[in-house]
Design a protein around this ligand. Sequence first.
Ligand SMILES: NC(=O)c1ccc[n+]([C@@H]2O[C@H](COP(=O)([O-])OP(=O)(O)OC[C@H]3O[C@@H](n4cnc5c(N)ncnc54)[C@H](OP(=O)(O)O)[C@@H]3O)[C@@H](O)[C@H]2O)c1
Length: 329
Amino acid sequence: MADAYFFLFFLLPLLLLVVLYFLVKPRPVKIPIKNRHVFITGGSSGIGLSLAHRAAAEGARVSILARSLGKLEEARNAIRLVTGIEVAVFAADVRDFEAVKRAVDEAGPIDVLLLNHGVFVALELEKMELSEIKFTMDVNLMGTLNLIKAALPAMKNRKDPLPASIALVSSQAGQAGIYGYVAYSASKFGLRGLAEALQQEVIADNIHVSLIFPPDTDTPGLAEENRRKPELTKIIAASSGCMTAEKVAQKALDGIKSGSFIVSCNLEGIALSLATAGLSPQRSFLMAFVEVVAAGILRIVALGMQWTWYGSIEKYHSQRKGKCCTKGY
Ligand SMILES: NC(=O)c1ccc[n+]([C@@H]2O[C@H](COP(=O)([O-])OP(=O)(O)OC[C@H]3O[C@@H](n4cnc5c(N)ncnc54)[C@H](OP(=O)(O)O)[C@@H]3O)[C@@H](O)[C@H]2O)c1
């Protein structure tokens, strides 16, 4: 009996660790940002502004891009006041490839391309105008592709032998579909496919992709979104809590610097990332070990979450309609 326990709880995990150590690819990498050029889209507000503050404070040369020049200049002044560092600002709409290309060319070769810009409206699909759906897809998905297309040639030809990074800010709504986020989840799930395929295309150029999954974060964007958010979205999304932009920026930059493909920001985020690891690259054999061991139990937790979410939807509709016409969810 003692031998069986020894095999099950010591030898088998040890063997798995050894196998995973040799199995995980791409291999681990560290991406320094000190004295390197970090280009942040959506860097004038919320998470992007906190990322710019933090990167500047860590000694990076920072450029920020957004549409409003006024907000960009406010951000530049705020960063100068706190860090004494001057960031470069570029006014462009990420949907406009020519404008984005001009900004990227003017900014010079990029070491860390941090694609944080994004728009989010929480609303049922049938209440959204087609123009709002297209706007969400164009900014979040096409805008990201525009930036990568514009910046990649110079990133590939950089003289700097150090590893470079392309980091995309997704959302926990890009890991799990949530009521009210049909368009937003579609755009953020799209970033995952983009990131997984892109990593394979740029690995030979020593460029490493990170995908960041923040939960609700206290930003001007969230305040705006909350004005129209459906009741059910609030109930379902509440389970992951709300973080400050500074904390999310810190987790994001730490994740980028450690070359992680998936970057989670809180405990629920880690569980979500483990549950949705799928075919994503994993550089850490320890995290790969946790993913393998936790897979079964996390599927049960995920089914429990679906049970809660569909229960909330059922309760909500039956309360509103005064009868239980929605049984059988
Ligand atoms: N806050 C949250 O709860 C939360 C949660 C998960 C994920 N996220 C993601 O985190 C990212 C940042 O969110 P946030 O809450 O910090 O948003 P935010 O406060 O609304 O800031 C958005 C930034 O993106 C820029 N931007 C928007 N549309 C643009 C466009 N078409 N072209 C260029 N720049 C554009 C904005 O500047 P201009 O308006 O001047 O262009 C601003 O600098 C987004 O990708 C969002 O999806 C946020």
